[in-house]
Design a binder for this molecule. Structure first.
Ligand code: ADP
Length: 486
């Protein structure tokens, strides 16, 4: 695995969980997995065991010269990880942040090159190199255009796109720095040239063109990427490479998210004693100063980002408290404007005994919310996979989702079962507007009050779903096996 994140040491989003979770599942099945990461200064060093230099004499060709790197080795919750540590004036990974620098494209192009150079020099010849997101998009280009001729001719690349919104756009200086010097060749429309800016190269497009197989994180999102605007300009190149493109649903880390063992909840439970879940509902109400009343508790956990449908989250909040339900929100957003809006709502509803907004990031509260709530809304405008709905189901909390991407693949509507085709385990609406989300909320609240037996059946169905890494890991193994013989 070559990636810019791995949970829990370097985590910004879902990518980190996938790299860790998939690696662990593959190892449990007897495969030898090693993870290559940048050595950031801001990593959780307390979560790395036995960190020590493992290869001190790595000289990475860069900008016509070379950069000296040390490669460190350590275990991250049992996974074997190598960390590339360049000693150069640019200090690529000592910036106190994972992303957000002006030269991010250059930093991660260097990382990709360093990872390949490390494999070449350290004699590592993995059958498959699995790269993730734009940060490692140039790796397959360098592998098949350069390293292949220096002793890495048998390696194959599977690339996973976790989010098409961030594609990695750079200028010709990156090509020069990495040694990919045939500018006219790479700038061709069917190779690296960006669809919107012909004088720029696009890392994600590069990965799509040069990898042996490309995946995204759910089958429905793979379809959306090809047929709608959700690939942000890459639909055509995906169409051209459709024979090597598919969607594999992410798995959920069943060790971290397990109501039977969760140390953050007030009472542990499983499908056999669902009534214990209501101890958590009371604990959650106590913690958030909500009144104990005979009402369903609806929650929302996640980034307050336009992708997540913030206007629908806000509407769900008011609709719930006006329609005999309680509402809890835990989230924080990258945009100050959105956060401010939710702070205003929080102040406005300060005295409401039926509503609480927690604006911030709180892992422990998130666990208690999944365990204590009756329903969870996820009204995303687009959602490559989505974890919160899967976590909710594991905790017997009914997801109310918009039918896009991975949400559509994991949730099947109680009244209109289609979606993922599995057992009915939640509510799905399609139109991203107020009547759309109201229709789903109305049906969910109605079932909770009017037909408690059926609501319990829904809870049992949700808890019976298996969204662990078991199936996704097998899909990836099939892909690895397929490209190994290509
Ligand atoms: P994203 O698009 O952010 O990756 P996902 O649904 O794939 O969305 O994953 C979100 C993960 O982050 C979930 O595990 C969720 O519990 C967690 N999370 C999001 N926001 C918060 C928060 N404010 N506090 C605690 N956990 C959060």
């Amino acid at each position: 695995m070559v990636a810019s994140e791995c949970a829990p040491v370097a985590k910004v989003g879902g990518l980190a969980d996938v790299v860790f979770g998939l690696s662990r599942e593959l190892e449990l099945r007897g495969h030898d997995v090693e993870i290559v990461l940048p050595k950031y200064d801001c990593m959780r060093y307390d979560r790395i065991w036995g960190l020590q230099p493992s290869y001190d004499d790595l000289w990475v060709p860069w900008r016509g010269g070379t950069v000296h790197c040390t490669v460190w080795f350590g275990f991250v919750d049992g996974r074997k990880c190598f960390f590339i540590d360049p000693h150069s004036a640019e200090n690529y990974f000592n910036r106190g942040t994972f992303y957000g620098c002006n030269d991010d494209e250059m930093r991660f192009a260097f990382f990709s090159k360093g990872a390949l150079e490390f494999m070449l020099k350290a004699g590592k010849r993995p059958q498959v190199i699995h790269t993730h997101d734009w940060q490692t998009g140039l790796l397959p280009v360098m592998l098949f255009e350069m390293y292949k001729f220096h002793g890495m001719e048998h390696q194959r690349v599977c690339h996973t796109v976790h989010n098409f919104r961030h594609q990695g756009i750079a200028g010709a200086d990156v090509l020069w720095a990495t040694g990919l010097n045939r500018f006219d060749y790479y700038y061709a429309r069917n190779r690296l040239a960006d669809e919107y800016n012909a004088s720029a190269i696009n890392y994600t497009k590069a990965a799509i063109v040069f990898s042996n197989f490309v995946t995204t994180v759910s089958p429905t999102h793979a379809w959306e990427a090809r047929h709608t605007d959700q690939s942000f300009g890459l639909g055509h190149i995906l169409y051209q490479h459709q024979n090597k493109f598919g969607g594999v649903l992410n798995g959920l880390d069943y060790d971290s998210w397990n109501p039977e063992l969760d140390r953050h909840v007030a009472r542990r439970y499983n499908a056999g004693c669902i009534e214990q879940k209501y101890v958590n509902k009371d604990a959650l109400r106590e913690r958030l100063w909500l009144r104990k009343d005979f009402k369903p508790l609806i929650a929302c956990v996640g980034r307050l980002d336009s992708q997540k449908g913030v206007h629908l989250i806000r509407h769900a909040l008011f609709y719930s408290i006006w329609n005999r339900a309680q509402f809890v929100l835990l989230g924080t957003g990258p945009e100050a404007g959105v956060n401010d809006e939710f702070w205003r709502i929080k102040r406005y509803l300060n005295d409401s005994p039926d509503c609480h907004l927690e604006i911030g990031y709180d892992e422990s509260l998130a666990h208690l919310i999944y365990a204590g709530a009756d329903m969870l809304v996820v009204p995303s405008l687009f959602e490559p996979c989505g974890l919160t709905q899967m976590i909710a189901m594991r905790y017997g909390t009914i997801p109310i989702v918009r039918g896009v991407g991975g949400l559509k693949d994991t949730v099947s509507d109680w009244n209109y079962p289609s979606g993922c085709g599995g057992p009915r385990n939640g509510y799905v609406f399609y139109q991203p507007d107020y009547p759309g989300i109201e229709s789903a909320l109305r049906r969910a609240i109605g079932l909770w009050y009017g037909y408690p037996e059926q609501f319990h059946e829904l809870v049992r169905n949700a808890m019976a779903c298996d969204y662990s890494w078991r199936d996704p890991a097998q899909h990836y193994l099939n892909i690895y096996e397929y490209i190994r013989h290509k």
